[in-house]
Design a protein around this ligand. Structure first.
Ligand code: KG4
Ligand code: ZN
Length: 343
């Protein structure tokens, strides 16, 4: 079954064609980063307008790259939330129009669930049940996943998401926007122990929640205390030390969650899952504990529509077909709060 996925929840306009929830035939991501860079953050109004301009060419390119004619598409999946409401509305209204015009079923999916399901786009997908760390610019949450659509929240950030913390740290260090990937790059070969930044809440062992806002403040205070412009070596050491603190917290909590839930498989998904230090440290820790780690393939960590199509397949044609727990066809509405329930 061939599913066309559409993703417009934030500042990436994306479309993808995926077969049977596993085989990516095409994945097109048009990033709006340049439009938002002058503001060092996503401007919702600019994002929605850019989605309006980009969506039709992006979908056409995805169909063309896949070599799939519209009448070969069996169903559509679109991100219903969470995300920026104006941006979501563009994707959802477009998907409804196409579903109506092509007479094909449409399903609305949760963006975080889609991030986690990107693990199934790998050659070696996880077995249920597993623990998933979804770590992105807007969210940092741990889930127990018993089946497609059967998620239970175990812990989450009480303030900043890890990606948000990376982006704020990058701004403090004078690195370009969006900062996560630049913190990753300048940390390479630098000293992660140059400064010991706080690992907030790690001593509290009765919770799987995390907190990153104090870490960002500690970095700001440290930079202020230096009272001098930062040279490249100092920026690298501070970035590496900051990154190490975030990674320590994420690895410790994920391992704790997997032990508590007695699962054998662990998934790490979302934009921050592209972080090389997190990938290396998580691999070491999870493997040493005798568990199986499934890192989402690099191409599907940050926002994309392949993950949306992959998840949509299960609600349209797979194990969850006919389930009434998700929004379908022309009824769906990104304003409905149930999109966020439990996430
Ligand atoms: O999943 P995503 O594309 O969008 C959201 O759903 O939020 O995640 C974007 C986040 C940004 O905060 C970005 O800085 C971060 O992921 N990110 C990284 C890396 N690549 C992207 N953070 C750390 N290291 C990276 N290599
Ligand atoms: Zn995302």
């Amino acid at each position: 079954m061939t599913v066309l996925g559409i993703e417009t929840s934030c500042d990436e306009t994306a479309a993808a064609v995926v077969e049977d929830g596993r085989q990516v035939r095409s994945s097109v991501v048009w990033s709006q980063v340049q439009a938002h860079a002058p503001y060092r953050g996503v401007v919702p109004e600019i994002a929605s307008r850019n989605h309006l301009k980009a969506l039709i060419p992006v979908v056409e390119t995805a169909l063309h790259d896949a070599g799939v004619a519209p009448d070969c598409v069996d169903g559509l999946a679109v991100t219903l939330g969470p995300g920026l409401i104006g941006s979501l509305l563009v994707g959802v209204q477009f998907a409804k129009a196409v579903s109506f015009a092509w007479n094909r079923p449409l399903v609305g999916v949760n963006h975080l669930e889609a991030h986690v399901m990107a693990a199934f786009l790998d050659q070696d997908p996880p077995d249920f049940p597993f623990v998933a760390l979804a770590v992105s610019g807007g969210h940092t949450s741990l889930y127990r996943v018993d089946a497609i659509g059967a998620f239970r929240l175990l812990g989450r950030t009480r303030d900043d998401a890890a990606g948000e913390a990376f982006d704020k740290a990058a701004a403090l260090l004078g690195l370009p926007y969006p900062g996560g990937v630049h913190v990753d790059r300048v940390s390479e070969g630098r000293n992660p122990e140059a400064v010991h930044f706080p690992r907030a809440m790690l001593r509290e062992t009765d919770t799987l929640d995390v907190s990153f806002s104090g870490l960002k403040t500690a970095l700001r205070r440290h930079i202020e205390s230096l009272q001098a412009p930062l040279d490249a070596a100092t920026i690298g050491d501070l970035a590496a030390s900051f990154q190490e603190a975030v990674v320590d917290v994420l690895v410790t909590r994920t391992l704790h969650a997997a032990t508590q839930e007695q699962v054998r498989h662990v998934v790490v998904a979302g934009g921050v899952a592209a972080n090389r230090r997190l990938r290396a440290r998580m691999t070491g820790a999870i493997t040493a504990a005798g568990l199986r780690l499934h890192l989402v393939p690099m191409a599907y960590c940050t926002d994309n529509a392949a993950m949306v199509a992959a998840l949509g397949y299960h609600y349209l044609f797979g194990d969850r077909a006919g389930s009434r727990e998700c929004a379908r066809d022309l009824d769906m509405d990104p304003f409905e709060r149930h999109v966020l329930d439990g996430w």
